[in-house]
Design a protein around this ligand. Sequence first.
Ligand code: IMP
Ligand code: MG
Length: 184
Amino acid sequence: MQLSDIADDLTDILYTEEQIQDKIAELAARIDADYAGERLLLVGVLKGAVMVMADLARAITLPVEMDWMAVSSYGSGTQSSGVVRILKDLDSDLTGRKVLIVEDIIDSGLTLSWLRANLESRGAASVEICALLRKPAAAKVQVDVRYAGFEIENEFVIGYGLDYAERYRNLRGIGVLAPHVYRD
Ligand code: IMP
Ligand code: MG
């Protein structure tokens, strides 16, 4: 699905498919250089990171492994509380592994800071983070993101894996959701 297919549902186009792919290539090149000769495990956070993971993993030229986790954070409404529940755990043993968490977006940072601590506690040799988007103004905790894509305003964005009520994940670009969509 293209941004133009849902133009009425957007107030702004943030990144086109091409801009996203350029950024992914940039991040992949840095990961290639930093992990050359290593056995890297990419951990994607379901479901939002599916597109980033698929494109990033293919842009990386090293033979990586991929695993997935699904987590949900308890909280009131749209506010994340930092209390996280694992809905689907990894299949891999992390002992001694170099792990790179792949995320779509960092909002409050609560989910990711919990996740990093959780993976570190399993004996991983290192745990780093790659996130395509970040909202600095929404940060409640500082998360050290080694591979950060775009910094955006504190607005609700959709596309390229990011959803509103499970919709728009299959959008090729990223846009700002129009208020009439969540009021209706
Ligand atoms: P937090 O960093 O713990 O607040 O939670 C981040 C998670 O909230 C992300 O992994 C997304 O699933 C979701 N999220 C945060 N901001 C947005 C947004 O603008 N659009 C869609 N999902 C979002
Ligand atoms: Mg997510």
